[in-house]
Design a protein around this ligand. Structure first.
Ligand SMILES: Cc1cc2nc3c(=O)[nH]c(=O)nc-3n(C[C@H](O)[C@H](O)[C@H](O)COP(=O)(O)OP(=O)(O)OC[C@H]3O[C@@H](n4cnc5c(N)ncnc54)[C@H](O)[C@@H]3O)c2cc1C
Length: 425
């Protein structure tokens, strides 16, 4: 590890820029800082034992099914950290923050003092709160260690059960099926991806899942996990027993913010930040999945969970910490692939009582979108097999144009949305 200067053994290390979290947001911020400040010392603290890797690749077929070399997962070379004079505290967890003393304590008792601090801690997979959840064969998918565990398991596993309906389950069921396993999915919800998607979208996905041989157990939950050491079967609330040797619990994520709240930072679901990604304490910034920031396009506080958002927030935070003060502005987008379907999300897709939904296309033609408006302005969209609309919709959210007179066109699946974009040049 490249180390930062320390005067004596007992003295805390003083580092100009301390970054907690070595994912895409944290690493991009370090890279940006180094590009603008060649001198300042930088430290990244990561509780994972690995250098930056592509988290999004973990659930993609080429990596998961071994169609590309394992090495493709790494996004930085091993010596990138030393080459850029970045001290990399890997396998170490930050557990305590003192914003008065400007110090961070790690789980091995190392203390780092900082001039500027970035919190880029992302999220963890939500633990499945069920008796027997510690049995072998029960897995999650958030980290490379998780992926390795599942990739090892599928060498011998025959039957898998996925818990929860969301993008991880969607992509992983596709992977598991392609790997030759029998797959069942158990979901509490009445239809797939409820309430993020509407019923039409949810049923389109379900149709594809079922056509591909996935058994769907709706409005159902696992009541008992059976097996001595290793999982052998699950019993559902309706009495059904599904035998399985692998369970993938895809039941959402948690943001580990309690220790930051204890340090006096304002938190909600994530860590609260303004439009410059500044947290509520002096010289502290937030970036990536954990940032609950003031969005200048929507004029409200939101959390965006996507790779592009984390990358660009890391960049903006790095700039703001090292050289200039810049507002963060992005219409986030996200796509999920599986079962020959493409599911896309643009902007803010929450449907609230103040919002209106204009639908476009239909399940019959296997191409369906929902455009979400607030005060007649487009704020987001969900798209099933309609990715051609994603670019224009991103621009329309950004331009905040009044669409009161355009709803008929928005609803026409053949209408070119690009023609509504204002020419700003
Ligand atoms: C399987 C999978 C597939 C995905 N696919 C897509 C996709 O196709 N498209 C897309 O846009 N997004 C996708 N995502 C989401 C995307 O990966 C995240 O939005 C992105 O990784 C967020 O980056 P981040 O740097 O904010 O957080 P993270 O990537 O979560 O990194 C944060 C790091 O900080 C560490 N950490 C947390 N607390 C501490 C602490 N106290 N001390 C030290 N270290 C700590 C964490 O362990 C982690 O290593 C996917 C996610 C997963 C899990």
């Amino acid at each position: 590890m490249f180390t930062v200067r320390k005067k004596s053994k007992t003295e805390p290390c003083h580092v100009h820029y301390v970054i907690i979290g070595g994912g895409i947001a944290g690493t991009t911020s370090a890279e940006t800082i180094r590009a603008h400040d060649p001198e300042g010392s930088i430290a990244i603290i990561s509780d994972e034992p690995y250098r930056l890797y592509s988290r999004i690749m973990l659930s993609k077929p080429n990596f998961f099914l071994g169609q590309i070399p394992f090495e493709k997962i790494w996004l930085k070379k091993e010596d990138w950290y030393a080459d850029n004079r970045i001290a990399f505290y890997s396998g170490k967890r930050a557990i305590k923050l003192n914003t008065q003393k400007k110090s961070v304590t790690l789980d091995d008792a190392t203390v780092l003092t900082y001039e500027k601090l970035l919190i880029a801690t992302g999220s963890y997979a939500r633990k499945w709160p069920i008796a027997g959840a510690e049995k072998k064969g029960i897995t999650y998918l958030r980290s490379l260690d998780h992926a390795k565990e599942i990739m090892e398991s599928i060498k011998t596993a025959k039957r898998a059960v996925a818990i929860g309906s969301g993008f991880i389950s969607f992509e992983m069921c596709d992977m598991l099926k392609r790997a030759g396993l029998e797959v069942a999915m158990v979901m509490r919800e009445p239809y797939y991806w409820y309430p993020v998607l509407d019923e039409v979208s949810g049923r389109m996905i379900e149709k594809k899942l079922e056509q591909s041989g996935i058994t769907l157990m709706r409005t159902n939950e696992v009541q008992v996990v059976r097996g001595s050491n290793r999982v052998e079967s699950v019993q559902l609330t309706d009495g059904t027993v599904l035998s399985c040797d692998l369970i993938l619990a895809g039941i959402g994520v948690v943001y580990d913010t309690a220790w930051l709240k204890n340090a006096g930072l304002r938190t909600n679901r994530g860590v609260i930040a303004n439009e410059y990604l500044e947290a509520s304490a002096k010289d502290v910034w937030v970036a990536g999945d954990v940032a609950e920031f003031q969005d200048v396009i929507l004029r409200e506080r939101i959390q965006q969970v996507s790779w592009s958002n984390a990358y660009l927030q890391g960049k903006t935070a790095g700039l703001n910490m090292s050289c200039r003060r810049q507002v963060f502005k992005l219409v986030s987008s996200y796509t999920s692939h599986g079962f020959d379907m493409v599911i896309g999300f643009v902007g803010d897709i929450r449907v609230t009582p103040k919002r209106e939904v204009v639908t476009r296309g239909s399940a019959d033609v296997n191409s369906y979108g929902r455009i979400i408006l607030e005060d007649d302005r487009i704020v987001g969209a969900t798209l099933i097999n309609r990715m051609r609309d994603a670019g224009p919709l991103t621009k329309l959210v950004e331009q905040n144009i009044n669409m009161a007179a355009r709803k008929r066109e928005l609803a026409d699946p053949n209408f070119q949305l690009a023609s509504l974009i204002a020419n700003t040049t």
